[in-house]
Design a binder for this molecule. Structure first.
Ligand code: AMP
Length: 214
């Protein structure tokens, strides 16, 4: 099962992608996490990506698309995957469609996690992530069991530098200008489904399973 999870920054893509990855036993491929992991290792890719991430801008398409397409060739993607944070503009969406078509494949589901902007801003204040494995938390609704420590890997749970309020606003602009138009692209391909991500985590999970199957 090949799934794309779409939604504005703070819509809950990371949280729900992790749940779906465990439920369906397919990898979560989160481009932001891959860039952050590269940055921790100070790879050339990570250092290049940082210049854009710090400003809330998209990393150039060629870099991003090549990175994702090569990740999709890995063995663990054989039975499917969840794309979290990719594609983020029409150019990336078309490149993905073409690369999959060349292999006789296609995306099965594109799920849009819909949410109001004021709910996003409220959530982003409390948002924290694990520095090591990228797991998402929220101080109000989903805190780690031990303060500052990841439930999954024991890494440090911190605020992302690009979750600072000014950068969040820039990222939301980029989302509306460049990413939201992809929804029409997938709607025309008959792939898009919507879930109200303002609901509770359990309700969103139930809605996702209703679309994807048990
Ligand atoms: P995220 O963790 O998904 O919020 O991504 C954090 C940052 O990584 C974004 O603000 C972008 O700078 C960069 N990024 C993640 N995914 C992409 C993508 N598909 N295309 C370009 N830049 C991306």
């Amino acid at each position: 099962m090949k799934i794309i999870l779409m939604g504005a920054p703070g819509a809950g893509k990371g949280t729900h992608a992790r749940f779906l990855s465990e439920k369906y036993d397919i990898p979560q491929i989160a481009t932001g996490d891959i860039f952050r992991a590269n940055l921790r290792e100070k790879t050339p890719l990570g250092l290049e990506a940082k210049q854009y991430m710090d400003q809330g801008l998209l990393v150039p398409d060629e870099l991003t698309t090549n990175m994702v397409l090569s990740r999709l060739q890995e063995e663990d993607c054989r039975n499917g995957y969840i794309l979290d944070g990719f594609p983020r503009n029409l150019n990336q969406a078309r490149a993905l469609t073409e690369a999959l078509a060349a292999l006789g494949q296609e995306i099965d589901f594109v799920i849009h996690l819909e949410i109001e902007q004021d709910v996003i801003l409220h959530r982003m204040e409390g948002r924290r992530v694990c520095e090591r494995c990228g797991a998402s938390y929220n101080l109000k609704s989903l805190p780690p069991r031990v303060e500052g420590v990841c439930d999954y890997c024991g890494g440090a749970v911190v605020q992302r530098p690009d979750d600072a309020p000014e950068t969040v606003l820039k990222r939301l602009d980029v989302y509306h200008e460049q990413t939201a138009p992809i929804l029409d692209y997938y709607r025309e391909l008959g792939k898009e489904a919507q879930v109200d991500s303002g609901a509770s985590i359990d309700e969103v999970r139930a809605a996702l399973v209703a679309i994807l199957g048990e």
